[in-house]
Design a protein around this ligand. Structure first.
Ligand code: F6R
Length: 613
């Protein structure tokens, strides 16, 4: 999704903005631009282009701009095609004010029509241009940059993070946000703003988070923040503990591969953090989810989007099976519009890597309005979901840069394991002995993941064999079916291959008609109690000419009779297999994407953090 970066200080702003934009590339975008105040010319220069930040860089090389204050943007098209004209920043007609914007201005047509009536001409198809023009309109009346911004805010509806510069105020950037993330970074003799931490991590780790309707005036030596009533307020500064190395590739060809290989550490960090040292349960710190609170709950509702939702489905399956509590689940975009049956006796668990996904955020707000308690499982510390939820479990995965989620999924699944164990213990559904048995198995997970990672060359070899596939089916039962859903999503996202996950038992009810000679079917068969059933479905597709790649648990050599190829995961407790069975799927999708020459870390049409509906 769109990214914003801004700089005021003593350096040339252009390299700082470009570096920031490069660090935001992972979010997904289709054009990029900067606006820099050029003190020699006494004016704002805008340079923008369709395509990658490198295109912008070469455009700036051909027609350099320099200045010590500027704003930059990567755009992910919503209103109007990706083009030079639609790229941000947008100017007011007077070229006094330039604006970059993340989000959507919902009433832009009304504003545009009003301004057209005043003689203003629009040069782009975007909703953002109406903000630039409206700010220019008010500025022409009042001559005050800050007042103009406040007047704009009183008129626009929707979601936004905005950064504005004014040619008559070459010492400041004004920034404001509503329902879109925005942070301010504090340096010495220089200050920054960004939609996401990696953009400014190279320069500072001292930041504060902008809240909705706050307005910040950022200058070289000061940052002033005002509330809706234009009263100055104080912000709490916090020091980010991510390092720049964590946001870099460290020798891996792609961030996705690096993040796949980080999973053993991510899992062990979570386990070390969460298991009580005396082996009696799970540490939830200040989260109150004991016997008494659980008695007040008659259902759990899990809500998330995409990969995070599949992690949630692992949780649903396990909570029902082990804690014997009724668990409902929905993707956030459905949940928020269906008037869900929830109340103060419902515990709503929202799961989000970014903590900024618009649908998940709104689903959470709806749940709170309905009186439910919200427990958020989030990766990004201080994100909006983390701040607004009643309780947060952080997933400790570090920055996830590749658009396709891998290590964050594993961390979310581990969080679901831990929550299930905790709730099962508290509800008296799990004995301490059983808990300790599962705990011991969980402690082996990091080394099991390492073992699976050593099979990467085999998986690369499977890619070479199956690269011509046009349709891929993933089939499995129970927990394996959840794993299939995630595997299929990953293949679609980065390999751009049509793929469908099916509950293996459903094949006969229709989808088997799609199986023809050489169709690739990936069977996930780690659940011993369902193994024979899944195998009979495998035989059915084999009999219709499919080529079959099976992921099964070590020791189940029977699969060798049916599979064209197979991958074993190390033996583990049956409830823990989703974490392990998913790793070969991640590698398979990765190698397929590389083999097909796709941009693995920035797949087409996708954004890392979906902050619009
Ligand atoms: C897939 C992927 C997406 C996200 C989804 C939710 O690889 O990354 O499906 O899982 O957009 O994002 P978060 O977790 O940030 O709420």
């Amino acid at each position: 999704m769109c990214g914003i970066v801004g700089y005021v200080g003593g350096r040339n702003a252009v390299p700082v903005l470009l570096q920031g934009l490069k660090m935001l590339e992972y979010r997904g975008y289709d054009s990029a631009g900067v606006a820099v105040f050029n003190s020699k010319a006494g004016e704002i220069k805008v340079c923008k282009t369709k395509g990658r930040v490198e295109n912008l860089e070469s455009k700036l090389y051909d027609s350099p701009v320099a200045g010590k204050i500027g704003i930059g943007h990567t755009r992910w098209a919503t209103h109007g095609v990706p083009s030079d004209e639609n790229a941000h920043p947008h100017f007011s007609s007077s070229e006094k004010i330039a604006v970059v914007h993340n989000g959507i201005i919902e009433n832009y047509v009304v504003i545009r029509d009003f301004l057209r009536g005043q003689g203003y001409e629009f040069v782009s198809e975007t909703d953002t241009e109406c903000v630039a023009q409206l700010a220019g309109y008010y500025y022409s009346k009042s001559g005050s940059f800050l007042d103009s911004v406040y007047r704009v805010l009183a008129k626009v509806d929707g979601s936004y993070a905005l950064a504005l510069v004014c040619a008559d105020c070459p010492d400041k950037i004004i920034t404001v946000k509503k329902n879109c993330p925005l942070i301010v970074g504090l340096g010495k003799g220089e200050n920054f703003l960004a939609s996401d931490m990696p953009a400014i991590l190279k320069y500072t780790r001292n930041t504060f988070i902008m809240e909705d309707n706050e307005v910040a005036v950022i200058e070289k030596d000061s940052v002033k923040v005002y509330n809706k009533k234009k009263e100055e307020i104080q912000k709490e500064v916090y020091v980010v503990d991510w390092t720049i190395e964590a946001a870099e590739k460290s020798g891996y060809e792609h961030f996705m591969l690096k993040e796949i290989y980080e999973q053993p550490k991510v899992v062990s960090d979570n386990l070390n953090r969460r298991f009580k040292s005396d082996g009696t349960g799970i540490r939830l710190d200040s989260i109150k989810l004991g016997k008494e609170e659980l008695e007040g709950i008659n259902q759990i509702y899990i809500v998330a989007c995409g990969t995070a939702y599949y992690a949630g489905l692992v949780g649903k399956f396990l909570l029902e099976k082990m804690a014997r509590i009724h668990v409902n689940s929905d993707v956030a975009s459905e949940f928020r519009y269906k008037d869900p049956l929830i109340d103060e006796k419902t515990l709503v668990i929202v799961i989000s890597q970014s903590g900024e996904t618009a649908d998940t955020l709104e689903a959470m707000r709806l749940a709170k309005r309905k009186g439910s308690r919200v427990l958020a499982v989030v990766n990004v510390v201080g994100s909006t979901i983390a701040r607004e939820a009643n309780d947060v479990i952080y997933t400790l995965a570090g920055p996830e840069i590749a658009v396709a989620s891998t290590k964050a999924f594993s961390a979310q699944v581990v969080a679901m394991f831990l929550l299930t164990l905790h709730i099962s213990l508290e509800r008296g559904r799990l004995s301490l002995e059983e808990f300790r048995e599962i705990k011991a198995e969980m402690e082996l997970l990091p080394s099991h993941i390492n073992t699976i990672l050593t099979s990467a060359p085999n998986i690369k070899h499977f890619m070479e064999k199956y690269i011509g596939s046009k349709n891929v089916f993933y089939i499995g039962r129970g927990l394996d079916y959840v794993v299939c859903r995630e595997g299929s999503l990953k293949l679609k996202e980065i390999a751009y291959l049509h793929s469908e996950p099916y509950a293996a038992g459903e094949l006969k009810h229709g989808p088997i008609a799609l199986i023809e000679e050489s169709t690739l079917v990936i069977g996930v068969a780690t659940q011993q109690n369902l193994f024979a059933k899944t195998m009979s479905n495998i035989k059915e597709v084999k009999a219709r000419g499919a080529r079959v790649l099976i992921i099964a648990m070590e020791g189940n050599r029977e699969i060798e009779n049916y599979a064209d190829d197979y991958i074993y995961i190390p033996k583990t407790h049956p409830v823990l297999t989703p974490l392990l069975a998913n790793i070969p799927q991640q590698l398979f999708a990765y190698y397929m994407a590389v083999g097909l020459g796709n941009d693995v870390d920035k797949p087409r049409n996708l954004a890392k953090s979906v902050t619009v509906e």
